[in-house]
Each structure stands twice: as C-alpha cells, then as structure tokens.
Design a protein around this ligand. Structure first.
Ligand code: BV8
Length: 229
C-alpha cells in the first residue's frame, strides 16, 4: 500500500462475513421464507406482520452467534493495530465479527444484532433472547422490543460521523458489498469528489464498480489479507 496514505475509511458488507457462514442478502436470491429482504426489513412489514419480522431477526441472530471471524476480519483488525493513520471500519453488517476479530474502531451504520430497541420508551438494551417471545423491556417493562437495526426507509446511524471521517481520509476501501443500498452505496462517489483514492475488494463486480479506481476480485479471506500485507 502506498506510503502517502494517512487515514483510511473501509466500508464492509455481507460479503466479508460470507466465508464465516453468514448468508449474504442477494447471493442465492436473498430470500427468506419466500420474502425479499427489502420486504421484511421495513417498519411497514413490522406493523403488518411483527411475528414474521421478529422470526426473521431471531433466526439471523441465532445464526450469527455460532459463527467465527474469518481471515478478512482478522486482517482488518491487524491493519487497524499496525497502521500509522486512522482506520475506521463502517460496516453495513449487524454481526459483530469485526469486533470479535479484535477491531476497535467499528461503526455499525445499520445497527447490530446485539441490541434490542423498545418502541415504548425508546431505550436500547442487550438482545438476550428470542424477541418472538415478547420479553419485557428491561427499562420500562413494556412488551415492545424490536431489533436495533436500521430498516429500509429509516435513517442509518451516525451518518455525520461517517461523512466527517470521509472528509479526513485519503483512501476509501469497499469490501464485500453489492452497492445495492444507499446511502452506503454512494460513499464511493463522495470519496471520488473528495479526491480520495478508491479500492474495491469483492467476489465479483458490484453495482458501484465503475466508480472505483481499482477493483480486485476474489474471496475476502484471500484478497483482504493480500491487500493488508
Ligand atoms: C435511507 C438491515 C433515508 C439490517 C439493511 C432509490 C434510490 C436510492 C435510494 C433508495 C431508492 N429507493 C429507496 C431508497 C432508500 C433505500 C435503498 O437504498 N433501497 C435500495 C433497495 C434501492 N435505503 C434506505 O432505506 C436506507 N435509509 O435511505 O433513509 C432517510 C432520510 C431521512 C430520514 C429517514 C430516512 C436504509 C438502508 C438500510 C436497510 N437495512 N439491513 C439487517 O437486516 O441486516 S440493508 C442490507 O442490505 C444490509 O444491511 C446491507 O447494508 C445491504 C446491502 O447488502 P450487502 O451488504 O451489500 O450484501 P449483498 O448480499 O447485497 O451483497 C454481498 C456482496 O458480497 C456481493 O457483491 C457479493 O459478490 C459479495 N460476496 C459474496 N461472497 C463474498 C463476497 N465478497 C467477497 N468474498 C466473498 N466470499
């Protein structure tokens, strides 16, 4: 990697966790119980059929808990430890594999499977068991917990912080994302307008590939360690 790079912003998507055994959204049809993710991960779906949505997220949370970080997560944690400048991992993923690989500076723009969010008192609490069982909110006692994840039509978390980090960075790297969902899919354009270097590491070309100066195609567990080395 060039020595003139100071700060790095890395966007990750489901593809970085694929080799850990966590399903991506759009490979293999991205369907769940014959529903498109876009149709289940919405406030409207939650209003219409809360059990369907809670079952979907309980299943995703249980699947994540049995998985381990892969060499791509570990390589990014190593880069964060050893790099002279700032490294910020902005992840679209709700799994905590970056943290479990040792990364510290991780921003979950679409929330995480670790927390539940009470729609009665607006407080967040650790997600400790199936939400389909309607556990009481630890803060207010209401049976009104939903996953603390960002659904379609909801504002992603900490956007100002992300744009602030992009303005301070020299390199934007996108790993394992299809570039299908905004505003994350637009970060590469912001990076280009800010004059940053841009690199995509992905299994195949994505919807945003044309915006990257360089795309290296391959499995994350191979191309990410090779890039970090
Ligand atoms: C918002 C929830 C505004 C948690 C998710 C038209 C134009 C522009 C925007 C829109 C539009 N219509 C609607 C919108 C807005 C919408 C959007 O972008 N829709 C899309 C469908 C067009 N966006 C939103 O609603 C966002 N909010 O815009 O708010 C606003 C403004 C003011 C006030 C209020 C609101 C919110 C979007 C967040 C939705 N929530 N997840 C959860 O359930 O997990 S999105 C979900 O899909 C994921 O979180 C992820 O972020 C996203 C994209 O998925 P990827 O991570 O990229 O995964 P995917 O399967 O797609 O791709 C995997 C990639 O990995 C592939 O490229 C594959 O090749 C690669 N791969 C596979 N294996 C490997 C690999 N790579 C390397 N190695 C491997 N082994």
């Amino acid at each position: 990697m060039g020595t003139e790079i100071g700060n790095i912003v890395i966007l990750t998507g489901a593809g970085i966790s694929a080799e850990s055994g966590i399903d991506t959204f759009r490979d293999g049809g991205g369907l769940w119980e014959q529903h498109k993710v876009e149709d289940v991960a919405t406030p409207e779906a939650f209003q219409r059929d809360p059990d369907l949505v809670l079952r979907f997220y309980d299943m995703r949370r249980e699947a994540i808990q049995t998985k381990q970080p892969n060499p791509a997560h570990e390589a990014l944690a190593r880069l964060e430890r050893e790099w002279g400048g700032e490294v910020l991992i902005v992840t679209q993923n709700v799994d905590d594999l970056h943290e479990r690989a040792g990364a510290k500076n991780v921003l979950h723009m679409h929330g995480t499977h670790l927390n539940a969010w009470c729609i009665a008192c607006d407080k967040r609490s650790p997600w400790t068991g199936p939400l389909i069982d309607r556990p009481d909110c630890p803060a207010c006692g209401a049976k009104a917990l939903r996953p603390d994840v960002v659904w379609f039509g909801e504002m992603p978390y900490r956007m100002e912080e992300i744009y602030g980090a992009l303005r301070q960075a020299d390199l934007f790297v996108s790993i394992g994302t299809s570039g299908a969902v905004y505003p994350a899919a637009g970060f590469v354009r912001d990076a280009r307008q800010l004059g940053m270097q841009t690199l995509e590491l992905n299994l195949e070309r994505s919807q945003g590939s044309n915006w990257f100066e360089e795309s290296r195609l391959g499995k994350a567990s191979e191309v990410v360690p090779a890039w970090v080395a």
